[in-house]
Design a protein around this ligand. Structure first.
Ligand code: ACO
Length: 335
């Protein structure tokens, strides 16, 4: 069996910065409310009319990751694309990235696990590498939330939190058993599916039905979040799945050099930090600048931490996520 390691990282954020003050001009909210509850100061939104899409942002991040991995795009043998905001209802965005990167043919798969999408994709890549099936896998997390949010006061509980952006990682075969992804741990609990969801349009509620109803008060095509329930479950599941990962590797929390949590909400990250007794420099947070970019958040944060020199060879890295599904997961990595 082989190990897998992250050999290249990249990120892409749309240039359009939307501050809390900008939002307060179009809905009843304030910089103070948003910062106090979420830690977010600004996020990126694709500018209307721009050519950025979920797939194109993913491809832009991927080009950087592939270059940093020191390989050619033709060497990518599998694309795993995590998103909740694909370009099309079908096909998935993975095939669009394959075309944008001009890879003649290769398998491409979309992963539908929202905030946990990157961890699910990384874990899937790890399995394909371990069995020896592939040597280089491209894993992408990308989201275009802004166009689908309710940007009125009605939607403020959700829309102030989310931002657009993409991150990518090349996952490569590694011969050293002590390096790379040591383990990954995945979970879901579908009984909470509708507590953080976008129900319509879907096969449960097809577009013709929505058009026929022509009901402006219909909120089913905007994301819904039971914020307090999400918060309560997130802090428990984050802690559990980090502990599960550490125990699987016979490690204690003191072994953690850097925790990169899904950037859900600064208050959730701070809760987890306290629980594990970690110092500020051991937990990477950039939600202040990008908001919650769902499947994009971990690869964007990991890329930024690496670019800043905060991830060094030999470090023990813990990635952890919780989100819609509910789904949650962790990955323990020796860099
Ligand atoms: N600006 C101003 N006021 C607001 C806003 C806003 N953007 N949004 C909601 N409010 C108001 C509400 O209308 C409500 O007013 P009322 O008391 O007059 O009815 C008041 O603020 C309190 O609303 P709550 O929803 O109870 O606010 P809460 O303190 O729970 O904070 C939040 C909401 C930040 C979403 C919180 O529940 C939370 O942190 N939840 C965790 C979920 C989360 O972070 N999800 C991230 C995405 S999911 C994921 O990645 C896992």
């Amino acid at each position: 069996m082989y190990q897998s390691r992250i050999s290249g990282l990249g990120k892409y954020l749309p240039e359009n910065v939307v501050t809390n003050k900008d939002l307060s001009k179009i809905m009843d909210t304030s910089d103070e409310w948003i910062q106090e509850r979420t830690g977010i100061r600004e996020r990126r939104h694709i500018r209307k009319g721009s050519e950025d899409t979920t797939a194109s942002m993913g491809a832009a991040a991927a080009r950087i990751a592939i270059e940093r991995a020191g390989i050619q795009t033709e060497e990518i043998e599998l694309i795993l694309f995590a998103t909740l905001s694909p370009d099309y209802y079908f096909p998935g965005s993975g095939v669009l990235v394959q075309e944008l990167l001009e890879i003649p043919t290769c398998p491409a798969m979309d992963i539908r696990n929202q905030c946990s999408g990157f961890i699910y994709a990384l874990s899937t890549a790890d399995q394909f590498i371990k069995t020896g099936m592939y040597k280089n896998i491209l894993v992408i997390g990308s989201e275009n939330h802004s166009g689908g949010l309710d940007m009125t006061t009605r939607g403020r509980g959700v829309s102030v939190i989310f931002g657009d952006g993409a991150g990518a990682a090349v996952i490569t075969r590694e011969e050293n058993p002590e390096r790379g992804v040591l383990s990954s741990h995945l979970h879901s609990e579908g009984k909470f599916a509708e507590e953080l969801s976008l129900i319509g349009p879907s096969t449960n509620r097809w577009v013709p039905e929505i058009l026929e109803a022509n009901d402006p008060s219909d909120e089913s095509y905007f994301p819904f979040m039971n914020g307090q329930l999400v918060f309560k479950n997130a802090v428990v599941r984050f802690s559990e799945v980090i502990m599960e990962g550490l125990q699987a590797n016979k490690l204690s929390p003191e072994a953690i050099d850097m925790l990169i949590p899904h950037q859900a909400n600064l208050r959730i990250s701070q809760f987890v930090q306290k629980k594990f007794g970690l110092q500020d420099h051991q937990v990477y947070n950039n939600i202040q600048h990008y908001g919650n970019t769902t499947a994009g958040s971990i690869p964007i944060a990991l890329t930024e931490a690496w670019e800043e020199g905060q991830v060094k060879e030999g470090d023990l890295l813990v990635l952890a996520a919780f989100g819609s599904g509910f789904t949650w997961g962790s990955a323990i990595i020796r860099w």
